[in-house]
Design a protein around this ligand. Structure first.
Ligand code: 2U9
Length: 350
């Protein structure tokens, strides 16, 4: 028995893990273990020999059991100490800074524009990017053969289904839903698509925000007044607003709207291409055909509409020279717009 115990002690001295210890326990105390084996010898002994023998075997079992439990305790403590030492948290170490993100520059501009028009009682309306030809073109006075369609070429899913080229279909649907009863006062932000090759000022996908007011006795002066207020709010109180005659199939008369350059205050610079004026949006009085197609009596109702590109406004406001920066998610570019504690921008250059 001593040899078994010595042999056991020998093996025990080389044990370094709790798993190995568990295996050793099975080897000695398990069903087929050496100590268990000794008990089986009992039947070959005389009745006189059995008690002493049995007692010796039990002693051996107890010794082995207590040795194993002691080593197991030690190994368990070592494991805990190792984990604790590895996991000790040096509370003096600074915490891991949480990467605080911020609104994308386009989102900032859209939020500012929405806040302004909500303040004037407008409702925000969003709609499908995959649109029917009817609502994207026909309802906007752009019949199938109309040449202006080429300026708004897009991606077609079928003859009648396309990726919208402007958010105007949202307004057209809203007018239709009103069943010819005004007032309608909405702005419609969202992504639009044009089959353009991307360059510094064009992107096949960009953002637009359009507005529409339809009611009785809506005049061009209402449009001019609204846009002047808007330009001063977005680009500074000292901004002048200029309306230039223009053409859109869905408005008559149509205007391009310029603001006095905020860089050179009108003296002429690279931002305004020496003109002193910067074009920010297009607008006009809603074309009677558009009102009639949407079920409004154009002898009773009139309206104005406008449209702008928030990405273009962002480029102007933040001095961004390439529109692709806004869509390529380069964090070196985006991180410039992470708000500082006071909610401002690192560099509020404007
Ligand atoms: C309805 C009636 C009229 C929306 C309008 C513009 C003028 C305009 C351009 C701005 C920048 C397109 O992204 S852009 O190049 N849009 O200038 N949009 S009036 O007129 C409407 C819309 C809906 C029912």
């Amino acid at each position: 028995m001593t040899t078994i115990y010595d042999e056991f002690k020998e093996k025990l001295s080389n044990i370094t893990s709790r798993q190995a210890l568990a295996d050793l326990k099975v080897q000695y105390l398990g069903k087929k273990g050496q100590v268990t084996g000794l008990m089986k010898e009992m039947k070959n002994l005389s009745n006189e020999e059995k008690p002493a023998y049995g007692q010796k075997v039990n002693e051996l079992r107890q010794n082995i059991t207590s040795d194993i439990d002691r080593i197991d305790e030690e190994l368990h403590k070592e494991e805990l100490d190792k984990i604790l030492s590895e996991e000790t948290i040096d509370v003096t170490l600074p915490g891991r800074a949480k990467e605080i993100g911020g609104p994308h520059p386009i989102t900032r501009i859209i939020d500012d524009i929405e806040d302004f028009f909500i303040g004037l009682g407008y409702e925000i309306k969003e709609g499908f990017e995959v649109e029917q030809d009817y609502y994207n073109f026909e309802a906007l006075n752009l019949p199938k053969s109309h040449p202006a369609r080429d300026m708004q070429d897009t991606f077609y899913i079928s003859e009648e289904i396309l990726l919208r080229t402007h958010t105007s279909p949202v307004q057209a649907r809203t007018l239709e839903e009103k069943k010819g009863v005004g007032p309608v006062k909405i702005i419609c932000p969202g992504k639009v698509y044009r089959r353009d090759s991307d360059d510094a000022t064009h992107s096949h996908q960009f953002t637009q925000i359009e507005g529409l007011v339809v009611d009785k006795n809506i005049h061009l002066s209402d449009l001019k007044g609204t846009l002047e207020l808007f330009a001063k709010k977005m680009f500074g109180n000292e901004r002048q607003v200029r309306l230039r005659p223009s053409y859109f199939p869905f408005t008559e008369p149509s205007v391009e709207v310029d603001i006095s350059c905020f860089k050179c205050k009108g003296a002429g610079c690279n931002v305004c291409k020496q003109s002193g004026w910067i074009e920010i949006l297009g607008a006009g009085m809603v074309h009677p055909n558009v009102l009639e197609m949407a079920g409004f009596d154009s002898t009773e109702y009139s309206g104005f509409a406008f449209g702008m590109g928030p990405d273009r406004v962002a480029m102007l406001k933040y001095g961004i020279e390439d529109i692709r920066h806004l869509y390529t998610n380069d964090l070196r570019f985006i991180d410039q717009f992470i708000p500082t504690e006071d909610g401002g921008l690192e560099d509020e250059s404007i």
